[in-house]
Design a protein around this ligand. Structure first.
Ligand SMILES: Cc1cc2nc3c(=O)[nH]c(=O)nc-3n(C[C@H](O)[C@H](O)[C@H](O)COP(=O)(O)OP(=O)(O)OC[C@H]3O[C@@H](n4cnc5c(N)ncnc54)[C@H](O)[C@@H]3O)c2cc1C
Length: 478
């Protein structure tokens, strides 16, 4: 595959070019689908600021204990080919034969290799040319016929269409001014590979948040034989539920959804869980059965109802919906049994950096007096900050400032029209700029996991692919 210098990508080319910004799962899959569908030559530029290509934040981890939270049977990258991943595993992709099973939970690193392999295989058999490029897009100029992408190094690239597959941003700082984010004991980005560097085995660690990101941190500490206490503080003190050892049976949902308010929806789901239990089917099947409907239900709610859902139901929804792989759940349970991991429901009211630690003050639920935790590291596990108005990302800020994009419902991600066409400040959907995956959080809520993203990638590729079958020159103004 080509590795051009930025200079190669400047200036107008004879061959039309489509640029995908971001080569995590979403960008790599969109590129894969476009390459697979290509019927005429075109250049497909895949731009990534932090290689490797294919892994993104989710699958870049090198720790074997970081497992997928969805079994192999549901993790095919290719829409309409449910056994694509299983075939890859069985045909030599798997480092261990036992992983080539529908009910296995793969190490995430193996899944990243699968995504990369799928992209490479599509490029090798495509009449379009995949051009991988390392660089960060910081701004975009767009007109009707195309766009100019400016990179951090000052160079620029032109393309007829641009797909923003910019994924999961880091969390915002929940400590605000109470603890300087510059402290080396405070880790603002839990996915930074150096997040736990420099810790002594007995050092106490505190995580802000007790969801799957906290689970990742606790597993990483356990993997490196950490002995020190780990305290996970979150408002509700809830931990993700485990998956069952065996794949649960499918359940045909009776909850229609769209006409329901969040309160009615939760009530209807409770009734459905009872009905399923009578039929010998567990709650996990009912929750999973709602997944294809969640986007439509969310989209049908006015902002008032969406806010209600976020305020009252979200913490409970998250821990039932995003579950831990059984093996990971056993490790977490053992850490809790031994007392090494404590999960506290409470609110952080202060943090102060001392000479050799950070003192974090927490008011636990049901208590008035703050308790102080004196820890060597605080890790922010609050999840991606999807409020784009608060974003520090130069590209997101640039697109909003230029009016080429506007925030999505409740300010989450970008607003977009059909198949991810960015809606600008003028309310019109773009014919040049598209997005999918996590940036559509405000529109669909369930848009960040593989099953949803693979469908979106296939759909966007089906829309954009035909535009590259009849080359026309790019706009001369660009
Ligand atoms: C830790 C974690 C574990 C997960 N596990 C699972 C799982 O087991 N099963 C499941 O279904 N889902 C899982 N998910 C959810 C889902 O898989 C991810 O949301 C998905 O991989 C998102 O991919 P993405 O490419 O949209 O985003 P990202 O992975 O965030 O990738 C975006 C990429 O774009 C690049 N980028 C961003 N801006 C620019 C720019 N301006 N210029 C150049 N490059 C740029 C970034 O460097 C990054 O590599 C997980 C998510 C996380 C965070």
């Amino acid at each position: 595959m080509e590795q051009p210098s930025p200079a190669d990508c400047m200036g107008l080319t004879e061959t039309p070019r489509l640029a995908v910004i971001g080569a995590g799962f979403t960008g790599s899959l969109t590129a894969t689908q476009l390459l697979r569908n290509a019927t005429k030559p075109f250049d497909l530029l895949l731009l990534e600021r932090r290689p490797p290509f294919g892994s993104g934040t989710a699958f870049a981890t090198s720790l074997p204990c970081h497992l997928l939270n969805v079994p192999v049977s549901r993790m095919s990258a290719i829409a309409g080919e449910p056994d694509h991943l299983l075939r890859w595993l069985a045909n030599g992709g798997s480092p261990e034969p036992s992983l080539a099973s529908e009910s296995a939970y793969l190490p995430r690193q193996v899944y990243g290799a699968y995504v990369e392999h799928t992209l490479r295989a599509a490029a090798e058999s495509s009449c379009a040319r995949l051009v991988r490029m390392v660089g960060e897009a910081v701004s975009i100029d767009a007109a009707e016929q195309g766009a100019r992408i400016r990179l951090r190094d000052g160079t620029s690239i032109e393309a007829r269409c641009v797909v923003l597959a910019i994924g999961n941003p880091p969390p915002s700082d929940p400590l605000g001014e109470v603890s300087p984010p510059s402290s080396r004991r405070y880790v603002g980005d839990p996915w930074d590979p150096a997040a736990l560097d420099g810790l002594e085995p007995g050092d106490p660690v505190l995580t802000i948040g007790s969801n799957l990101t906290m689970v990742d941190i606790a597993l990483a500490l356990e993997y490196r034989s950490h002995r020190g206490p780990i305290v996970a503080v979150s408002t509700h003190g809830l931990l993700p539920h485990p998956h069952e050892e065996n794949l649960p049976p499918a359940w045909e949902p009776r909850v229609g959804g769209q006409a329901l308010t969040p309160r009615r929806l939760i009530q209807a789901m409770r009734e459905e869980v009872s009905a399923a239990a009578k039929a010998g089917v567990g709650w996990r099947s009912v929750v999973d059965s709602m997944r294809p409907k969640t986007g439509l239900i969310w989209a049908s709610w006015p902002d008032r109802e969406r806010r209600r859902f976020l305020r009252h139901a979200r913490p409970y929804w998250e821990v039932h919906r995003h579950r831990m792989a059984p093996e990971n759940a056993r490790t977490i349970a053992a850490l809790r049994r031994s007392g090494q991991l404590r999960v506290e429901a409470g609110r952080i009211v202060g943090a102060r950096e001392g000479r050799s630690s950070i003192e974090v003050r927490v008011i636990r639920r049901g208590s008035a007096a703050p308790q102080t935790f004196d820890v060597s590291r605080v890790v922010n596990c609050t999840g991606p900050e999807m409020q784009y108005r608060l974003s520090r990302d130069p590209l997101v800020r640039d697109l909003l400032a230029r009016g080429l994009a506007r925030p999505g419902p409740l300010g989450l991600g970008f607003d977009a029209g059909e198949r991810g066409a960015l809606i600008g400040a003028d309310g019109r959907p773009s014919t040049v700029l598209f997005t999918l995956g996590p940036p559509l959080k405000g529109l669909f809520w369930e848009t960040t996991a593989v099953p949803e993203i693979r469908e979106q990638a296939a759909s966007l590729a089906a829309l954009l692919g035909p535009r590259f079958s009849s080359p026309e020159p790019l706009s001369p103004e660009l």
